[in-house]
Write a protein that binds this ligand. Structure first.
Ligand SMILES: O=C[C@H](O)COP(=O)(O)O
Length: 259
């Protein structure tokens, strides 16, 4: 049965109270990273409007070299990335409704379908921030749900744009995303100021913990060093979105970012 907006408000209020009772316990990197490669945490990202074809190619070359989890690009670049990453360990990831989240749900859904047709294997969408802050929870939920449905099994990461949100709104957005079928909640676009913080990663992790680990956390924006990556991972990030992947790998303790 679908929820009314009042039902959502009630469920969100209860969820916020629940999450606020949980304590944040830092996650030991030794537990988190037993045999996984550090590079597989990274979504290697180039989302600038003036990204050239050769810069996109370079992004792919770096992703192949370091075995990053994905190359995260705008929809116009997905076909090129899918072609370049064929037979590599890295997958193409497309952003949708990016960076404002302010396009209609049908447009976000259409972008999603188009990107997947072009080869995207992951989708990062931005929520309808204005709707969230207007208390229009049905719209926020259905917006995410429409993209999840359009993605038809391809994982969807839901960008909250934490810089604009209070803690209660961050918890609400995580709840709506988790209920709508998101695979990840993600902190920021990197286009509106702010960036991933230990506090936000920890809060978002606690906010989706009720799903028993099926909803993961992506820390993104302003991650420029190996140490910051480790802070994010210890705070609970399962994935890191950064446009500094190559320099992070080059400056990591081993020079190759491995343990
Ligand atoms: O999703 C990832 C962000 O857009 C990357 O932000 P950044 O350029 O601050 O690393």
């Amino acid at each position: 049965m679908s929820r009314t907006n009042e039902d959502w408000a009630e469920a969100i209020e209860a969820h916020v109270a629940q999450v606020n009772k949980l304590t944040s316990e830092p996650i030991a990197s030794s537990i988190l990273l037993p045999d996984s490669s550090f590079a597989q945490f990274i979504d290697h990202t180039l989302l600038k409007s003036n990204a050239t074809l050769s810069q996109i190619d370079q992004l792919c070359n770096e992703a192949i070299k370091y075995k990053f989890k994905s190359c995260c690009v705008n929809g116009v670049n997905i076909a090129q990335v899918a072609q370049r990453l064929q037979d590599s360990a890295s997958v193409p990831c497309a952003v949708v409704g990016f960076p404002l989240g302010a396009s209609k749900s049908c447009i976000k859904a259409s972008e999603t379908k188009e990107a997947i047709q072009d080869g995207a294997q992951e989708i990062d969408m931005v929520i309808n921030i204005g709707a969230l802050q207007s208390g229009n929870y049905i719209l926020v939920y259905e917006d995410i749900q429409e993209v999840v449905a359009a993605a038809s099994g391809v994982i969807v990461k839901v960008i909250l744009e934490t810089i604009f949100l209070t803690d209660a709104e961050k918890i609400a957005a995580c709840f709506l995303a988790a209920e709508a079928g998101a695979a990840f909640v993600k902190t920021c676009t990197g286009f509106c100021g702010g960036g991933a913080t230990v506090e936000d990663v920890s809060l978002t992790r606690r906010s989706v913990a009720y799903k028993g680990g099926s909803v993961k956390v992506k820390a993104s924006a302003g991650i420029r060093s190996f140490d910051k990556c480790m802070d994010m991972i210890r705070a609970g990030a399962d994935r890191l979105g950064t446009s500094s992947g190559a320099s992070i790998m080059e400056r990591s303790p081993t020079g190759e970012g491995s343990y």
